[in-house]
Design a protein around this ligand. Structure first.
Ligand code: SF4
Length: 500
């Protein structure tokens, strides 16, 4: 006899998504490492420790998207007794004969997005995120009770066409249609294998019912810039009212989170009006969050064009947050993508707006100077192998990165991946076989940049991290080892040769 009846709707994910990352969300990058490169215990102990579990087997913190789905289900009339955000290591307290749906949220379930070249460079098999996701799908209780598995989240498209045991792929926003889909599944109605959730208005994005990993608080969705390879741009841009954002901050603080990351595709687009950042709304938002006294405040993403358009605003935000007094720095993901104005024009014609596309490298450099002056740490992405990219375009990107080498941050060269439903969705993705010597030189330079700055980043990030001295000492050791191990790959690539 099973021990429990199980919750009707179990929301969960694998341990690469359900991790505290020791309070340093960047440690989550370890999930893209090949599984054979690190023993499991090192991976869990030092990079992706599981989130804390409550005595009932629920997860004490969860990805923000999962919390939104949980809140939407509860608001739609499902009872707390029917819905559970379950800890992946305690599914025996969640899944039973009554469980009809296991809803999995994932950003990169098949390891198709993030830094795929690492798989090529190290050549040691599939990454942790894919392995752990597939392990979750074959969990003995899922096999025994056969609930319908619904995969949602930013990376749900990756499972399209893959025979991995997912019953339904849910694309788009969960709050609009997921509760209805659950009702249909529970009542035995037919539900298509691929579901496209509609968008919800900014003020209809619900307030969370529990803490989120990293203290992530959503402030808006969508982006108007329309880059051809990007999926968030398919969603209309909307923002949440300040009072709902503040409630989510408070929920996090009440649940023990100390650090807050305000999330949308471009922080400076909050309250966007008259084609420029809405300085008043942004300052009001940051002041309202600051009043609740989190230990640190960060933003998830910033558009360089928005920063460039209004550099004073970055300074004002830094002052309200209290860089230098309350916290030592702020960080944000930014998209450089390319140093070639030709490629920018071809695939990202609005990326630099209102500035001219032809000034892109100078805009990037101006922003980096400003970030350094204001103590912001940029984590930048580059996209390699966009359709039409020639050797000279790659050289321009390399020259741009070379000019930024002294500014502290991270530089992530990503192979172009075709994401379903984007303008370039039908094109072939970029792979090792397509790489020119110039691509390897660029990847090698990014590796040199990252190795140069990792130790300082670790030092600065410590104020957000919950890890003890032992873990920090080990991370320092791993950092030094990475220097030794990755140096030979870096040298080869900088000569224009493949890494192995
Ligand atoms: S600016 Fe960023 S979020 Fe917006 S469309 Fe381009 S890549 Fe996507």
């Amino acid at each position: 006899m099973p021990k429990i009846k199980g919750k009707r709707i179990v929301l969960t994910s694998d341990v690469t998504m359900m991790s505290s990352y020791h309070g340093g969300v960047m440690l989550g990058f370890a999930a893209i490492m090949p599984r054979r490169a690190l023993p499991d215990f090192v991976f869990h102990k030092f990079f992706c420790p599981p989130v804390p579990a409550a005595p009932d087997g629920s997860a004490e913190t969860a990805p923000c998207g999962m919390r939104k789905v949980e809140a939407a289900l509860l608001e739609a009339g499902f009872s707390r007794d029917e819905v559970m955000v379950a800890h992946p290591q305690h599914l025996d307290q969640a899944i039973g004969p009554d469980t009809r749906i296991v809803g999995i949220t994932h950003d990169d379930p098949m390891g198709k997005i993030a830094v795929r070249e690492i798989e090529d460079i190290i050549g040691r098999g599939p990454p942790f995120n894919r392995s752990k996701f597939l392990e979750l799908l074959t969990h003995p209780l899922i096999r025994q009770f056969r609930p319908k598995v619904v995969l949602g989240g930013n990376g749900a498209w990756e499972a399209m066409g893959e025979d991995v045991g997912v019953d339904h792929i849910y694309l788009g926003e969960g709050e609009s249609d997921f509760p209805d889909i659950c009702s249909k599944i529970i009542s035995g109605e037919d539900v298509p294998p691929v579901i496209r959730g509609r968008t919800v208005a900014g003020d209809a994005i619900p307030v969370n019912r529990g803490g989120t990993i990293g203290g992530i608080v959503e402030i808006g969705r969508g982006c108007w810039r329309g880059c051809a390879f990007c999926s968030p741009t398919n969603r209309a841009m909307r923002h949440r009212p300040i009072e709902n954002i503040v409630k989510d901050v408070q929920v996090n603080l009440d649940n023990g989170e100390r650090d807050i990351i305000l999330h949308c595709e471009d922080f400076f687009s909050y309250g966007y009006s008259n084609a420029k950042p809405n300085e008043k709304s942004i300052k009001k938002l940051v002041s309202a969050v600051k009043e609740l006294q989190p230990k640190t405040i960060d933003v998830s993403h910033l558009s360089l064009a928005s920063v460039h358009q209004n550099p004073r605003l970055l300074h004002s935000v830094s002052q309200i947050v209290g860089i230098g007094s309350s916290q030592n720095h702020m960080s944000a993901w930014i998209g450089i993508e390319t140093g070639s104005c030709r490629i920018l024009k071809m695939h990202m014609p609005n990326k630099a707006r209102p500035a001219e596309t032809d000034n892109w490298p100078e805009i990037v450099r101006d922003c980096y100077r400003l970030f350094a002056d204001e103590s912001w740490l940029p984590v930048a992405s580059l996209v390699l192998g966009l359709p039409g990219e020639e050797a000279e375009d790659v050289v321009k990107t390399t020259e741009l990165v070379d000019s930024l080498m002294d500014y502290t941050g991270l530089m992530l060269p990503l192979f172009f991946t075709t994401i379903a439903d984007t303008k370039l969705g039908g094109r072939k993705g970029f792979s090792r076989e397509d790489a020119l010597p110039e691509h390897w030189q660029l990847v090698g330079l990014c590796l040199e940049y990252n190795l140069r700055h990792l130790k300082k980043l670790h030092r600065l990030y410590r104020e957000r991290m919950t890890a003890g001295t032992g873990v920090h000492t080990a991370l320092k050791g791993i950092n030094l080892m990475a220097d030794l191990v990755l140096n030979k790959y870096m040298k080869r690539m900088k000569r224009g040769e493949p890494p192995n």
